[in-house]
Design a protein around this ligand. Sequence first.
Ligand code: GN1
Ligand code: MG
Length: 394
Amino acid sequence: MAPTRAISGREDEGARAVGKLRPGSRLVTSPATAVAGRFATEGRLVSLEPQPGGHINDSWMAVWDGPGGRRRFLLQHINRFVFRKPEEVMENLVRLTSQVTAQLVRESVPEPERRVLQLVPTRDGATHHLEPDGEVWRLLVWIEGTRSTERAETPAQARAAAGAFGSFLRQIAGLPGPPLHETIPHFHDTPARLAALERAVAEDTAGRVADTRPEIEAILDRRALGHALDDRVAGGELALRPTHNDAKIANVLFDTATGEPLCVVDLDTVMPGLALHDFGDMVRSMVSDAAEDEPDCSRVEARVPVFEALARGFTEAAGEALSPLERSLLPTGALVITLEQAARFLADHLEGDPYYRTSRPGHNLDRARTQIRLVESLEDHGAELQRIVNALPA
Ligand code: GN1
Ligand code: MG
């Protein structure tokens, strides 16, 4: 069990800390400790530990001492600057977790409760706690005996993670009812992300444009690539479906004992999208050995065997959910999403970092640089990557 911290006096102040004040949002005034008491847990809250990792929401590990012993949970505050309609995020989450649970039961998968997120209701029986000022909090069961990682250590691990996202795509493909809410409009609209970067350059609100000319050019010179998938959607060749939309390795929980990928997490951006975007995020987060925010971007390099493992793992698990055209466009998906992420990080840097949580000056610029370097490396290996996907077993 990870070390926990008692809630008292000054410590409590730490537990309340909720990221930075973002434009359009108000500083959250309700202490996480008070909010935690709103959920239908048994026993006494004994610790609340801020969780590092995500760039957007604020999370705490919360431990309750109850009649059945200690139990851990994940308390989360949804970022309303990013998710303008948090209730819709919650509606999607409820539908998705029931769909995945039903699929696991249908497939008689062992330990289904460790393979899907589970919400703890509030004492009033609601799926989330709504503060009078509109802030939304939720509590999830902590899945014990799992770990997450920011980097793929081996091709086998990459293949397993890609398999988890491929299976997730299959599990949610037949989601009954209306389409999921679009929790962030135009989320993976790459041309719109490039246009947003152009606007950030024109406005230069933080006075950072002069120092980032090469990065701006590297991204905007690739406008045609930015349109590669969207033009095919417009032309009816590629179809939207429920997709994860943040399919990075950090969003897979692996069994600590066996290394098996158990659960796909962070379902806030699951909405209609392209399977190729999910594959793109897998490549973006796994193909290089370097971290997303590695300050020395010469360390960023696409590892071809990892790409191959990802393509195999994803296509095997997704099966017929992927069309032949989607399979052949896998390398394009990787390039487009990496370029888009570069544009997002750089625009945030130019705007003074309102969106992504940062922990050092130039953090978003470092992130943008790793993504640009990765686009270049993927392009260098382009012919080889295409040969790999063309040779995938049918
Ligand atoms: C953000 O909060 P986190 O780390 O799950 C972002 C993703 C980016 C990712 C980059 C809602 O996700 O789109 O790909 O950072 N999520 C949102 O690591 O913008
Ligand atoms: Mg996310």
